[in-house]
Write a protein that binds this ligand. Structure first.
Ligand SMILES: [Fe+2]
Length: 287
């Protein structure tokens, strides 16, 4: 029987994102998954309220932060990983496929040679199946691309943190139309997640409260397999791809995609101009 991590969820209302502190039940070791930095884009102002809440939780409980995990390069919010790392230590990790994302968006944002496209902004790059531990808790990363090429699902004990692959059963699946996204590949990745044991707890990165219900963040493989509105009850790859592509054509870009990509492809660091000021670009007609 695999171990059950102690999971605390934090919700960012502005982007409907869940961040998690995942704790080893046998020790003080923990990981933070997908933290969020607050950005008032209109004012060009960043703040740290959400990240400070996570830092306070870790300090209050006397936990030791080992890993700051980014399930993917998010397009709807900025990562707070470097801010939390400055406060508490730990290592930032993501998929080695980050290099593909850096290549794609290095071009979109016309980055100079000072922007390294080798993933070196992160402390650890994971391959499909790579194992790690959080104290005594065993964990591994599953490559689950489709939403982006660098998406990973983190299986920690009896729980899986699915990033943007699946949503809650009534929310369906993540979009697959960003540069490097692919609906068929997303379907294959979702099938990988749904091949985990039935009772595996699944933790979402997002929930938008469909139909006006309260937001939720946790379900199981069995629930998704039976009830997911996009893939449940054995929906075929072909039917999924058609549904996903038709639906994605109707979606507008996330409000914060332009700042998010620039920051998150740098492991959460805000780019700087030659004088050291934090600045974000808005490339025109490039996305
Ligand atoms: Fe995402």
């Amino acid at each position: 029987m695999s171990q059950a991590p102690e999971v605390t969820a934090f919700f960012d209302e502005a982007s409907n994102t869940f961040s998690y502190v995942v704790k080893d039940p046998e020790s003080a070791a923990c990981a933070v998954i997908d933290s969020v930095l607050d950005l008032d884009y209109a004012a060009g102002r960043i703040a740290f309220d959400g990240a400070d809440e996570i830092i306070a939780h870790i300090r209050d409980k006397g936990l030791e932060l080992q890993w700051l995990i980014e399930t993917h390069v998010h397009a709807d919010h900025l990562s707070a990983a470097p801010y939390i790392q400055d406060a508490l230590g730990g290592q930032v990790m993501t998929s080695e496929k980050i290099i593909e994302v850096q290549e794609t968006f290095g071009k979109v944002f016309n980055e100079g040679t000072e922007f390294q496209r080798d993933g070196s902004q992160f402390d650890r790059l994971l391959k499909d199946g790579d194992e790690y531990s959080i104290g005594q808790l065993r964990a591994f990363a599953l490559l689950t691309p489709g939403h982006t090429p660098a998406c990973m699902t983190h299986v920690i004990g009896n729980s899986a943190f699915v990033g943007d692959t699946l949503f809650m059963p009534d929310g369906g699946s993540a979009r697959a139309d960003f540069p490097g996204g692919d609906a068929g590949v997303l379907y294959d990745s979702i099938m990988r997640v749904l091949s985990l044991e039935d009772e595996t707890r699944l933790f979402m990165c997002h929930d938008y409260g469909p139909g006006g219900r309260e937001v939720q963040y946790q379900t199981t493989v069995r629930e998704e397999r039976e009830n997911n509105i996009h893939v449940g009850q054995g929906v075929s790859r072909e039917a999924f791809v058609k549904m996903r592509e038709d639906r994605d054509k109707t979606l507008s870009m996330p409000k914060l995609i332009i700042p998010s990509l620039q920051v998150n492809m740098r492991a959460g660091d805000v780019p700087r101009d030659k004088d050291g000021n934090m600045v974000l670009k808005v490339p025109v007609n490039k996305l």
